[in-house]
Design a protein around this ligand. Structure first.
Ligand code: HEC
Length: 248
């Protein structure tokens, strides 16, 4: 019986989902993404290709890799995702020369393949919904989770312009500082806040997939391994019982 209990305990431990690292403090919005949602992945890939790939690459992903997980044919990929004439077997690299981009924006736009693994889905969602007007910046905007960001607000026409809402707090050492506690829309975009939320969530879903393209397969395999372990524990229990019967 002990073998069985130990086996089940072990399975339970293996079952506990991995805790997500969360960034402490500050202004952070939360989003739920489902990398098994093919329609969301398709929309996310399309919007990424249209709005982000002018500057950012996904160098570790080849277009062809999108075929199965996103349920796209090679023709779909060529038609909806490739605008610079490269082949479907090529990596998703932006046509913008990095040196030129660095000159224009002060920083080269980084590769975003692993962005979700580094920053998390909540951070990325907050970043893409977190641009606000700031006259002090050369781009005219700042970002609530990325102070003094070099990226222009490429989504302003969709989301509309925002201004921050501040609250004064007193730090433990007695000094007062202003922190952003919210963002208020001051001019409308082409999307309603609800539509914009879905638009950003799709891009975050797509980038969650690029960061871990094999996650789904691994999870399926994990379920089978746990079931197999339970089966072995049961077999071990009966085997042990059978042996002890002979001895008694
Ligand atoms: C006009 C060029 C341009 C476009 C288009 C653009 N970006 Fe950026 N992006 C930049 C630059 C430049 C930076 C670097 C900013 C810095 O380090 O200050 C950046 C930074 C970022 C970062 C932060 C990376 C980090 O350091 O962790 C994310 C995330 C990001 N972009 C996502 C996107 C997404 C998603 C889109 C499409 C909706 C997009 N960007 C479109 C230029 C662009």
């Amino acid at each position: 019986m002990r073998t069985l209990i130990l086996g089940l305990l072990f399975c339970a431990i293996a079952w506990v989902p991995q805790a997500h690292a969360s960034e402490g403090g500050g202004f952070m919005r939360h989003v739920k993404v489902d990398v098994a949602d093919k329609a969301a992945l398709q929309r996310g890939a399309r919007d990424f290709a249209n709005y982000c790939m002018g500057c950012h690459s996904l160098s570790y992903v080849r277009y062809l890799q999108l075929e199965k997980p996103l349920g796209l044919s090679q023709d779909d990929i060529k038609k909806y995702l490739i605008f610079n004439g490269v082949k479907v077997g090529d990596p998703m690299v932006s046509s913008m020369p990095a040196a030129l981009a660095a000159k224009w924006f002060g920083k080269a736009p980084p590769d975003l393949t692993d962005e979700v693994r580094v920053r998390g889905t909540d951070w990325l969602y907050t970043y893409l919904t977190g641009f606000y007007l700031d006259k002090a910046r050369p781009t005219g905007v700042n970002n609530v989770v990325f102070p003094n960001v070099g990226m222009p607000d490429v989504v302003e026409n969709l989301q509309g312009a925002q201004v921050p809402e501040y609250k004064e707090i007193t730090a433990p050492d007695g000094t007062k500082e202003k922190v952003i506690v919210g963002l208020k829309q001051v001019s409308p975009g082409s999307m309603t806040p609800e539509q914009y939320h879905h638009w950003v969530r799709d891009i975050v879903t797509f980038l969650a997939w690029t960061a871990e393209p094999n996650k789904l397969e691994r999870e399926h395999l994990g379920v089978w391994i746990v079931l197999l372990m339970i089966l072995f524990s049961v077999v071990a229990y009966f085997l042990k019982k059978a042996y002890w019967e002979d001895i008694h």
